[in-house]
Design a protein around this ligand. Structure first.
Ligand code: PGA
Length: 249
């Protein structure tokens, strides 16, 4: 059974004090929801966040991690380090990691493999750039991103996978995919997974939409049958906005 999820990707925002403030406001205002609510603060504030949320249902995720167990990788964070502080959810493949930090499908496949071996939950992000959509290549781009990074996984591993379709042209731009565009792509993704694996597995994977989801467009996007929630950037930085988005699911 797939679950509905609203996840906030805080990116490189909020220092420790601001993290505590936002989490306490969020906890106080959190509506009853059947959806799983996740926040992904920056690495240095993960422990603070876990502590602040110890009696809350809100889960905490990391925004990235390295694929290696440990070693000479200056500036990097391993899965064991995350697990040791109680973080077992990680966002991988965000378009900013791909475009600004050169992460490609091959590297992401390694990261996903490590996370799965460590029994972590992966929120795997992917999506086409504007030029790719304009040239009508969005379906083939998305298909190859999935195939290259994810289709090496065995069936069992998919229990730990959440997908986040994020068209790059809609991230932080204020331009959202229409609910119809989101549904069309999500259905395509499910179908692609169904062909690579089987219909049951495809039906059970949660597929989130990300890219300028706001309080005023969330309900319509979430109403689509193949959209199982959202990965929220900018609007997750304000408690009131994030709460409205959670209410919309
Ligand atoms: P946005 O970011 O909601 O600010 O567009 C989404 C994301 O990057 O995950």
């Amino acid at each position: 059974m797939r679950t509905q999820i609203v996840a906030g990707n805080w990116k490189m925002n909020k220092n420790q004090d601001e993290t505590e403030n936002l989490l306490s406001e969020l906890s106080a205002k959190l509506p009853d929801s059947h959806a799983t609510v996740i926040v992904a603060p920056t690495f240095v504030n993960l422990v603070t966040s876990k502590n602040a949320l110890h009696s809350s249902t809100i889960k905490v995720a990391a925004q990235n991690m390295h694929f290696a167990e440990n070693g000479a990788y200056t500036g990097e964070i391993s899965s064991d380090m995350l697990l040791n502080i109680g973080i077992d959810i990680v966002i991988l493949g965000h378009s900013e990691r791909r475009s600004l930090f050169g992460e490609d499908d091959e590297l992401l496949a390694k990261k996903v493999k490590t996370a799965i071996e460590k029994q972590m939950t992966v929120i795997f992000c992917f999506g086409e750039e504007l030029e790719e959509r304009k040239s009508d290549n969005h379906f083939s781009v998305v298909e190859s991103q999935l195939k290259n990074a994810m289709f090496g996984l065995d069936e069992k591993s998919w229990q730990h996978i959440v997908l986040a379709y994020e068209p790059v042209w809609a991230i932080g731009t204020g331009e959202t995919a229409t609910p119809e565009q989101a549904q069309e792509m999500h259905a395509f993704i499910r179908n692609t997974i169904s062909e690579a694996y089987n219909p049951t597995l495809a039906n059970d994977v949660s597929i989130l939409y990300g890219g300028s989801v706001k309080p005023n467009n969330a309900a319509e996007i979430f109403s689509k049958p193949d959209v199982d929630g959202g990965l929220i950037g900018g609007a997750s930085l304000k408690a009131d906005d994030f709460v409205e988005i959670i209410k919309a699911i």
